[in-house]
Design a protein around this ligand. Sequence first.
Ligand code: SF4
Ligand code: SF4
Length: 239
Amino acid sequence: MSGVVDVGARLTKLTLSERLYLPGVLKGLAVTIRHFLRNLVAIRRLPTILYPERKRDYSDRFRGKHILTTRDDGTLKCVACYMCAEACPAECITIVAGEHPKIAYEKYPVVFDIDMLRCVFCGFCVDACPKDAIWMTRNYEMAFFNREEAIFGIDKLIAKPGLPVKDGLGYRPYYPGDGTVPPGDASSSPVIPGDGERDRLREKGIDAEHTTGPGPVNRSLDGSERGQLAVRQDPMVKS
Ligand code: SF4
Ligand code: SF4
């Protein structure tokens, strides 16, 4: 019958050495040993690199792990506007906004999580941010043992002091020397609260002039909190 391979007939045509498979196995081993010895004497000409001792040079605009940038006073530049979360095609950013005790900053993220296992490292969040608050580093070394570890909260995302620009920072809205300039951070400028706003803060027992930085603790959501938030934020789910 045309198109049908008769395996039995093909097998009967094999020579004895082919049917034993051993010569083929030895031939394969010889190729492996030849490559092993050649690589041993010419280790510097290997097409592969000895990671992690050696690492490849990546583009200055490499998109790796994110960082949340900070103001001079150490507070996050993020104003919890949700634009990065809206722009994210992988829907992997979870933000919960809080009212900042310092009235000049208005809002801040109580929770800012990125699920690194869902992130496709496209950089859209960096492009969308109006506050220069999220950049991407050149750090690609992220390994996790479970999904919980892959959800990076503010504690893992906040920029550490003294981050070296050359080795640390990758994709960001501007680059020194190429004519691009950082977007203004209006919330950095001092704002005198109006009387009404000051009274409102006093009613809540907050001193608008002396509070610095976020009051409530910045933390990651646990699994059930993330689930509840997803239900609340999903317009298709009726409460
Ligand atoms: S890099 Fe892309 S996928 Fe990852 S968090 Fe940003 S917008 Fe989402
Ligand atoms: S990181 Fe930027 S875009 Fe995202 S919520 Fe904060 S200010 Fe908005």
